[in-house]
Design a protein around this ligand. Sequence first.
Ligand SMILES: *[C@@H]1O[C@H](CO)[C@@H](O)[C@H](O)[C@H]1NC(C)=O
Ligand SMILES: *[C@@H]1O[C@H](CO)[C@@H](O)[C@H](O)[C@H]1NC(C)=O
Length: 426
Amino acid sequence: MPRKPDNQTTQQHALLATTYFLHLVGVAAVLYSNPNYWKQPLHTSALSGQAWVNELIHGHPDRIFMALGMRLHVFTAFCANLTLLGGVTISRHGVTVEEQAAIFLYTCVTGLSIRHVAERFQRSNETISKYFQIVLNAVSTGAFYNTYVHLPSADEPISDYIHHNPKFYPFFKNILGAIDGTHINSFTTAANRHASRDRKGGISQNCLAVCGFDFRFLYFISGFEGSVADATMYMHSRLMDFMIPHGKAYLADAGFALCDTLLTPYRSVRYHLAEWGRAGIRPANPQELFNLRHAQARNIIERIFGVLKKRWDILNRPPQFSMDIQAKIPPALAAVHNFIMEIDSSDIYNYWEDLENFGQDSSVNTGQRGEGAIPRAERERATEVRDRIALDMWKSYQEFLEAHPEVLLEDFDPEHEHLVGLENLE
Ligand SMILES: *[C@@H]1O[C@H](CO)[C@@H](O)[C@H](O)[C@H]1NC(C)=O
Ligand SMILES: *[C@@H]1O[C@H](CO)[C@@H](O)[C@H](O)[C@H]1NC(C)=O
C-alpha cells in the first residue's frame, strides 16, 4: 500500500510548486520585458501554408475534401480554371495559385476569421485578406462566373428529372427549374443594422436564386437588404438580366405572384410537403394534387440551398468583411458549386443523407405576397394554364389508381408514391 503522505512531504510539494510557479512568472516577465520577444517573427511554424497545401494534395483523399470542400481532381481543375478564366497567377511574393485557392476555399468551408486563417497558413492578416478577395473576385464575376452560372436557352431539352418521372411529365414539361429567396447571415455596422434586419429580426442579406433540376444554379443575385420580399427581388431581377424564354416558367412558392413565368401553388390549399407526410392523406381534388406535385418538384431549390450552406460554413457565420465584399460571397460559392458539379456530378452524394431532410422544415412561404402587381390579362392566362395542368394531372392520377387498385390498400405515403408509379410504368 502506498504510504499516506505525511505533513512534511505535503509541505515540500507545496514549496516546490510555488518555486516552480515563481520561476515561470520570472521567465514570462523577462520575456515580456525583452523587446525581442515582441519583435520575433510571428509566423515561424515549420508547416507553412504552402507546405500544408502540399500535404493536402499528397495526403489521404478525404483530407482535402474536408479542408477545402472539393476532391483533389476538382481542386486541380479549379486552380487551372482560376488562371484560365479568372486571371489568377502566382504572386510576386511567390504565393502559388494553389495556395491562393486554398486560402479562399478554407475560409469559406470553415467560416473562420481572417486571423485564424492567417495562423493556419502562417501568413499575415493582410495577405489572407488580399488573396481571399482576389479569388473571390475571380469567381464571382467575369468569365469564370459566366461560364458556370448561366440561364438555359429556349431550346434546352427537358431535364431527365422531369422527363423520367410520370408524376411530373408531361405536366411540367415547360418548367425549367425552381426559384426562391434565401437569407444569408451577414455582419453589418450599427448604422446599417436597421435595414438589414430580416423578418425574424436577424441580420442578413437576402438573395434570389434559380436552379435547374440538375442541381445547378442558373441565376443568382445577392446583396438585398434582409427585409426585402422575394417577389420584390424577382421584379428587380426581371428588369435587370433575368430572362425567361417565351413559353417557359419556373416553380415558385406562394410568396411570389402567379404569372406567365412563375407557376405558384394554389393558395389556401394544403401545400407543405411535411404536412402531407404527417397527415398521411391522399390528395382529394385537382388543386391538392397539383400542390403536392408542385411541392415535390420545387423542393430541388431547398435542397440546393441546403448543400450550399452545408459545404460553405461562411454562409452561416457572418464574415467581418464590408457589405460589398459579403454580397459577392454567395454568388461566388454558387459558381464554385456549379464548377464542382461540372467536374464531378457525384459530389452531391456526399450530402445525400442531409438532402433527405433539406426542405422539410417550414421555411416555405405560404403567406403574404410581396409587391408587384401582375396585369389582369396575364393573371387570368396563368390561372388557366395552372388549372389545365391540375386537371390533366388529376385525370392521369385517376387512371393510375384504376389500373393499380393495390395502391389504395397500402398505407399512403405521398413521398414514396412515385416509386410505385415508376415501377408500374416501366
Ligand atoms: C476547366 O474546367 C473544365 C470544366 O468546365 C474542365 O473540363 C477543364 O479540364 C478545366 N481545365 C483544366 C486545365 O483543368
Ligand atoms: C490580425 O487581426 C487581428 C484582429 O482582427 C489582430 O488582433 C491581430 O493582431 C492581427 N495580426 C496581425 C499579425 O496583424
